[in-house]
Design a protein around this ligand. Structure first.
Ligand code: DSN
Length: 428
């Protein structure tokens, strides 16, 4: 006989068990619905992805890989992980995929662990040029365990200086060159980077976390066939659950897998892997291809609108999903600018800009992207409106009357373009 308190139907709901957490989630649903979410690394996962992540797969331990686990009872989680792997292979056209990394940072550390010995030389992009902590920032484990040198962008053009990258590579003789960034608005030249890697006998690693969805949708050149190792997070332009993934050539497959498990992780998050599988199915559609191109077009329209309103953009514009505004000329730092924008309902993040005199806790810029707004269905006309709102705030950050009016405009836009994956209750 079934124990009555043990069925889902008779168990108390989250609202009953933990009204505080329940209320915080409801409030976050309302917040995500009612602001212009423009953090370039955030997005709205679909309802299907959220459903998979909220499933009983969270209960399962599955250390190991499909068909070779350390626990019993893996028939169905094996099925899920195999689906995620084969979909990743097909979507990106790669030999091998590891879908277990808990995040993009974990994916990077797993690659280093699998491929390098401690202390070996690596070349990565400088943090204030747009690189990531795990590309050798002194405060990160990557720089504590491996011997990193950095390349950056040209001071004038603010575009990656590949000639300087070659010079540094020849001096440093890295085993791996990491190409990829969190705050770089231009396309990466993977052909050039591979040539540099070949010239110094390094392996090319592309960290495509920010642009993975653009690559999947054909809106940014792919590193596949050029970078032997590719890492990514799964929740940015890809619109999946929070997590990471590694793609690689067959000859790196074993080292990558061992770098993830047992190298840097234990049990994989099977519920999140289910969400990744769903995302990879969604990202293989024609609809997603159109979406990826729209993300870039929207960012370009936004960039032009901001420039027309007198704002200075790092590198003068964008080829991708993000723009970086230099706010120094407005008498602001990044934190002040981000605070003013949030008061008007536009959520971005402060960011360092190339050769920034300020620390990352303040930054001289704000970074913003179009992925989440595009997921809401917004297009070029809305981007012009959004750009005008942003410029108005930044030109008069202390004008509370204008702020009130702009908040009203933000509310109108949000009501007209409901956020995907969030119950309608919160969007009304
Ligand atoms: N924190 C991420 C971003 O915002 O770009 C990178 O991991």
């Amino acid at each position: 006989m079934t124990h009555p308190t043990n069925t889902a139907a008779t168990q108390p709901s989250l609202a009953d068990v933990d009204p505080e957490v329940f209320a915080a989630i409801r409030h976050e649903e309302d917040r995500q619905s009612s602001v212009l979410e423009m953090i370039a690394s955030e997005n709205y996962a679909s309802r299907a992805v959220i459903e998979a992540v909220g499933s009983v797969l969270t209960n399962k331990y599955a250390e190991g890989y499909p068909g070779a686990r350390y626990y019993q009872g893996n028939a169905f989680v094996d099925e899920v992980e195999r689906l995620a792997i084969t979909r990743a292979q097909a979507l990106f056209g790669v030999d091998h995929a590891n879908v277990q990394p808990h995040s993009g940072a974990q994916a990077n550390m797993a690659v280093y662990m699998g491929v390098l010995k401690p202390g070996e030389p690596v070349l990565g992009m400088q943090l204030d040029a747009g690189g990531h902590l795990t590309h050798g920032s002194p405060v990160n484990a990557s720089a504590k365990l491996y011997h990193f040198a950095a390349y950056g962008v040209d001071r004038e053009t603010e575009v990656i200086d590949y000639d300087a990258m070659l010079v540094t590579a020849k001096e440093h003789r890295p085993k791996i060159i990491v190409v990829g960034a969190t705050a770089y608005p231009r396309q990466f030249d993977f052909v050039r980077a591979r040539a540099i890697a070949d010239e110094v006998g390094a392996v090319l690693m592309a960290d495509m976390a920010h642009i993975a969805g653009l690559i999947a949708g054909g809106a940014h050149p792919s590193p596949v066939g050029l970078a032997q190792l590719i890492t990514t997070s799964t929740h940015k332009t890809l619109r999946g659950p929070r997590g990471g993934m590694i793609l690689c050539d067959q000859n790196f497959a074993r080292r990558v897998d061992r770098g993830v498990f047992p190298g840097t992780q234990g049990g994989p998050l099977m519920h999140v892997i289910a969400g990744k599988a769903v995302m990879l199915k969604e990202a293989a559609t024609e609809q997603f291809r159109r979406h990826a191109h729209q993300v870039v077009e929207n960012a370009q329209v936004l960039a032009e609108t901001l420039k027309d309103a007198g704002l200075r953009l790092v590198s003068g514009g964008t080829d991708t999903h993000l723009v970086l505004i230099d706010v120094r000329g407005l008498g602001l730092n990044g934190q002040d600018a981000a605070d003013a924008l949030e008061r008007a309902g536009v959520v971005v993040n402060k960011n360092t800009i190339p050769y920034d005199p300020l620390p990352p806790t303040q930054g001289s810029g704000v970074r913003m992207g179009t992925p989440a707004l595009t997921s809401r269905g917004m297009g070029p006309a809305e981007m012009r409106r959004v750009g005008t709102i942003i410029a108005s705030v930044l030109h008069a950050p202390d004008d509370r009357v204008a702020e009130e009016r702009l908040r009203g405009e933000v509310a109108e836009l949000c009501a007209a373009f409901p956020a995907p994956g969030i119950p309608a209750r919160a969007t009304s």
